[in-house]
Design a protein around this ligand. Sequence first.
Ligand code: PLP
Length: 388
Amino acid sequence: MSYAHRTSHLKPEGAYQVLAKAQALEAAGREIIHLEIGQPDFETFANISLAGIRAITEGKTRYTPPIGMKPLREAIADYTGHRLGLDIHPDQVVVSPGAKPNLFFPALALIEPGDEVIYPDPGFPTYEAMIRVAGGVPVKVPLLEGNNFSFDLEAFHRLVNDRTRLIILNSPSNPTGGVMPLIDLKEIAAAAQQHDCWVMSDEIYTRTVYDHASVPSIASLPGMIERTIIVDGFSKTYAMTGWRLGYGVMPKELAQVVQLLLTHSVGCTAQFVQVAGIEALTGPQDQVEVVVAEYQRRRDVIVSGLNAIPGITCQNPQGAFYVFPNIKSFGISSNVMADMLLERAGVAVLPGSSFGEYGEGYLRLVYSNSIENIQRAIRQIEAVLKAL
Ligand code: PLP
């Protein structure tokens, strides 16, 4: 059986593959510490869940406009405008089931076959998938470990040109936790203007930042909101991964095209989920801060624990809930290392190579897990690596 060429490059996400292997070991009686799946270990905050439940009991279980309910789009426009210091109109907001459709559909709306698209490597695997499905040419820019995993700007300047249609950024980053500094964003913005390209700024981890770091957005730079799609959502900040609620902020003409793609694919986002989203954005925010403070404690434990293992060096990420330790000194591939840690140490982690070519030599560990489990994982990893 043959399938359409546009699907031929699609691969499963590494996280689900490692999860399946880990679950097979668990089924055979092994105890596994899960540091592979990138989602909060907290429950959705109670006020949000209750708002969703109430909405169901009130019959808010119908179709909504494909672009999203007006009150939610107003809340998102207010919140994003306030966050970025910009005037955002609700017509610029597109609501979607999870953030992913607001990556995929703007990409489909913008990329013509043969257009070049710049994206970070290591990076979130959906970027390359959507570029290829749209028929674009993926152009990877390496991230530099020594520069907080921001873009290798020399490589970027070599690669950007008049055929570049779209530049994808993700700060704070999955898988590295790195935050791109303003000075780098300014250079990228200037190149985007010079070559007349769009920018997609995936800001889904923008609230998960440490040490009072500020996360600048390229959209706030002069002349950039007109050519930027900001992608954000509720999954990470409000522990709502399974609710499926995200959004994009973009010029309103593009929003209309994306709305058409939503109309003919998902239809709309569940109405009661959107009501819960209004509560998330407009209700109390103190729990977000509590959770981020807890992640920061865990980050400190995992970073110092990894750095204490001979042969591993680990940057101190400023955002998200990932660490991306360098394991190059062991001279084995990240795939072999991840398998070994799963089988011998009972710790599920992802090989850096599942985030692209330049992720080789690294592992990704998620620290949305208890400090006790993180400490145990470090001890078990250390025991296996010391015996090599
Ligand atoms: N962007 C990044 C960088 C992510 O890490 C994720 C989820 O892991 C998403 C987007 C997708 O988020 P959602 O689950 O809301 O679709």
